[in-house]
Design a protein around this ligand. Structure first.
Ligand code: BGC
Length: 834
């Protein structure tokens, strides 16, 4: 800082590539410049360019600002956006100016009429009762001698509709603002402009009703009057610095104009996405323009079935912009909402010029680090669609869908986490969300299904702690620890994982149907639920049989209908035993690693006990007799079976897949593993036939149906082409893309500075290439089929090693470098031999 070196590691002989800073802790406001020098094996060195980071306000005492609001209300009413303003002069030369800001709601700051850039939808989505982030902006270049600083505050996650029921006022009824502008002068002085009652306030500006889901009402003919003063208020949570990748605007799309059969102007942006629409418009003052966004057209017309309402519950949702023209050349800069859409219906405008509109994709700014390409263009399109579903659903929290619920469903996040990590650097994003999960954990260790929470604790509470969903508390830290070799994922989440472990142990011991107080609506179902209890065994204490659980969820309708109301009531012992084994094994490994051997031993007891329970109840004569793919994939993937059973179950999975004509039969939980298991047990041909199948239900069937994102359910249209109303932007089925990295091209991160690369060519593919810019550097694996030969090209990054295993058994231990290998056509026979 200021030229003073505060830490110099000197030359460290180590293969560590990150987390090497061992210096002092930093202070509020410090600006730190840093660089790294790397020496190679011949002693040649190179220094990186200087990079800079700055520390925010670390202590609550650093805040001079007061929370302010407009109308002091405790009523349930949705009000127009709040506008705040203050004028100030500056008469010395400035070295730097920083704005720190947050809101209960969503906010936007403007200095001298210009938007302060860096974040949209700030302060983002957290469990506001426990945690609230502030953002820091470098506004040095925005300050003049005479200045106006303005803030607009909307409802956002804090007050607007959230979750599957579109609950309103969940965190509060009153939006609030806290902001502090710090101006540092060259003479060493510092000014602070901090929110307090001297700020002007009004709510008669252009933005009226605004809601994250519903959209916005905007009257361009209005100017904020600033006719009142803000009121000082309080909020019990001290803000902390945002530490997740900022939500920002990214790709933009100009639409094609379509005329619907009924003559309506419809814009097609060509890509389903999460974001909003920016436009330019000129027309008569007071005229109203309405833009409704949707994911699909039905018979060529606007269709809101994928988001409007959830069957039988929840408040209705509109994804809509209502815009009143000013009579001048208007430019609409959207804020305070985002929608899931590809199309937009434009009403109230005689002539629509598509060039005046653009869709803006809005999502968390993670670095996209991986890609996959192969000779089957439809697979490539599916990969692209999966990346779009990742982008659309990584908006500060991992959501299930961007149009209907926008909720942090734990199950969806855990099953997609690894695949997501091949595509993007998810470390900071998940690190933040795991805090949300921790913030939501109950005192008894139970982990909610949706984090941050979206409904009052007493609503459908029996479903919270659902197996396979709440296990995200262990699966995600484990996955990130393995992929990023960063112990802090274990240490930071130790209490979370420990709590969840305590909870599952208690829940599996308790065979009464707990959480059913007298008068609870489910109480009348008690006798039904009890009927399902497993026959006695010495291992039942390792299986959760109480509570309600989602189970495999969303298997194709012809395999299993989970819309049957009895489906949720029926216990999910098979999933429960499997996840007990899976999660407890992971936790035991992490605990041993951090030296907590005693605790690890308890987890191991449960992991082994659950495996025995699984075999006792669900495996008969070394086999599992079912044609539900999920029930065969899970025990194989989680290592629940002994050797003979593994062979039998894998063979049955293959037979079932063939007799089902290679159509996908798995639901949410086992989709990530189905192709992996087929390949692992030698059924490469079946795996690729399933992958490449374009019949419904299947991954490529979505592509064949024109999808540009991944759908929640494989079947989303009835036989007459009517939309069934499932979301068209759920990443869960896209989890299968992990297979393309790990099996097709065979890239696996195998511990510190180490990869195992074992490609598995197959199907109609004549070429495949995966690139993954891992935390250790970029690893590439590709293969081509030429004249009956396979040529493999593999790149191993500096300072790492790899074990390369080719399909014909060739095996190499290599260091960093580029390698080429051949296999003869003989492997074709090998691959087809199943
Ligand atoms: C969501 C899911 C979620 C599920 C729970 C749905 O409404 O969209 O993705 O995991 O409920 O089963």
């Amino acid at each position: 800082e200021d030229g003073e070196v505060i830490f110099d590691s000197g030359l460290v002989s180590s293969d560590d590539m990150f987390c090497i800073y061992k210096g002092r802790e930093f202070q509020s406001g410090e600006i730190i410049t840093w660089c790294v020098t790397l020496w190679d094996e011949s002693g040649k060195s190179e220094k990186s360019e200087n990079a800079v980071f700055e520390i925010g306000l670390l202590h609550s005492g650093d805040w001079k600002a007061k929370w302010i609001c407009g109308i002091n209300t405790d009523k349930e009413e949705r009000l127009p956006a709040d506008y705040y303003k203050k004028s100030f002069s500056v008469n010395s030369s400035i070295i730097k100016a920083r704005l720190y800001a947050t809101a209960c709601g969503v906010y936007e700051a403007r200095i001298n009429g210009k938007r302060v850039e860096g974040y949209v939808l700030a302060p983002g989505c957290t469990e506001y009762e426990k945690r609230l982030y502030y953002q820091t902006y470098d506004v040095t270049d925005m300050i003049d001698s005479e200045n106006n600083i303005e803030f607009i505050v909307g409802d956002g996650w804090f007050k607007g509709k959230i979750g599957s029921d579109s609950e309103e006022y969940f965190f509060g009824r009153q939006t609030k603002l806290l902001a502090q502008l710090e101006i540092f002068y060259s003479d060493g002085r510092k000014d602070i402009i901090a929110t307090d009652h001297s700020f002007l306030w009004c709510n008669d500006g252009p933005i009226g009703y605004n809601d994250l889901k519903d959209g916005i009402e905007y009257d361009a003919s209005k100017m904020p009057s600033y006719s009142c003063y803000a009121v000082e208020t309080t909020y019990e949570v001290a803000p902390t610095a945002t530490n997740s990748p900022a939500i920002k605007e990214h790709e933009t799309f100009t639409p094609k104009l379509l005329q619907s059969p009924s003559g309506k102007n419809t814009l097609d942006f060509g890509q389903n996405l999460a974001g909003y629409i920016r436009f330019k418009v000129k027309g008569k003052r007071g005229n109203k323009l309405t833009i409704r966004m949707c994911e699909i057209l039905e018979n060529g017309e606007y269709c809101d079935k994928t988001f409007k309402t959830l069957p039988k519950r929840g408040k209705s949702i509109n994804q809509q912009i209502d815009y009143i023209l000013s009579g001048n050349n208007d430019t609409f800069e959207p804020n305070f909402f985002y929608s899931g859409f590809r199309y937009a219906l434009v009403e109230g405008m005689e002539e629509v010029n598509p060039e005046n509109f653009e869709a803006v994709a809005v999502y968390s700014s993670m670095e996209y680090v991986g890609d996959f390409k192969c000779s089957n263009g439809m697979i490539n399109k599916f990969v692209e669609n999966t990346i779009w579903s990742e982008k659309s659903n990584f908006v500060d929290i991992p959501t299930d869908c961007p149009q209907r619920e926008k909720s942090g469903w734990t199950g969806d996040a855990q099953l997609f986490a690894k695949t997501a990590t091949y595509f993007a650097d998810t470390s900071a994003f998940f690190r933040k969300w795991l805090k949300d999960v921790r913030d939501c954990q109950r005192e008894d260790g139970r982990v909610d299904n949706v984090c941050p929470k979206i409904r009052p604790v007493n609503q459908r509470d029996m479903l919270n702690g659902s197996v396979g969903w709440a296990d995200a508390a262990i699966i995600i830290p484990y996955t990130l620890w393995k992929m990023y070799n960063d112990d802090s994922f274990i240490m930071d989440n130790y209490e979370l994982m420990h709590g969840w472990k305590q909870y599952v142990m208690k829940a599996s011991a308790d065979k009464t149907i707990y959480h059913l107080s007298d008068g609870h609506p489910m109480k009348s179902m008690k006798h039904v639920i009890e009927k399902y209890l497993l026959p006695d065994s010495p291992y039942n204490k390792y299986i959760i049989e109480s509570g309600l659980h989602w189970g495999e969820w969303a298997e194709p309708l012809d395999v299993f209908d989970c819309s049957d109301p009895m489906f949720l009531v029926a216990p999910k012992q098979e999933e429960a035993a499997a996840y007990m084994h899976y999660s407890m094994s992971m936790l035991a490994e992490m605990l041993r690693y951090i030296g907590k051997g005693d605790e690890a031993a308890v987890c191991e007891e449960y992991a082994i006990g659950a495996k025995k329970a699984y075999n006792f109840h669900f495996v008969k004569e070394d086999d599992i007799v079912t044609d539900r793919q999920a029930k065969l994939v899970r025990p194989l993937a989680f290592g629940l079976l002994d050797e003979t059973a593994q062979k039998n179950v894998a063979k049955r999975l293959n037979d079932v897949a063939i007799s089902r004509e290679y159509k996908v039969g798995t639901g949410f939980l086992s989709t990530p593993f189905v192709l992996q298991m087929l390949v692992k047990y030698g059924y490469v041909d079946t795996a690729y036939k399933m992958l490449e199948n374009t019949d419904e239900p299947g991954w490529l069937a979505m592509v064949a149906n024109g999808a540009t994102t991944v759908w929640e359910c494989y079947n989303n249209f009835d036989k007459d082409g009517h939309c069934l109303g499932h979301s068209m932007n759920h990443y869960s089925p896209g989890a299968v893309c992990g297979f393309l990295f790990e099996k097709t091209c065979g890239i696996n991160v195998d511990g510190k500075n180490k990869f195992t690369i074992s490609p598995n060519p197959g199907g109609t593919l004549t070429f495949a290439k995966a690139r993954y810019n891992s935390v250790y550097g970029e690893v590439v694996s590709s293969w081509t089929k030429e004249d009956g030969k396979y040529i493999f090209n593999i790149e191993v990054p500096s300072n790492t090693k790899a074990t390369i295993i080719l399909p014909d058994g060739q095996r190499y231990e290599v260091e960093a470098g580029k390698y080429q290998y051949y296999c003869t056509a003989f492997i074709d026979q090998l691959l087809q031999s199943n």
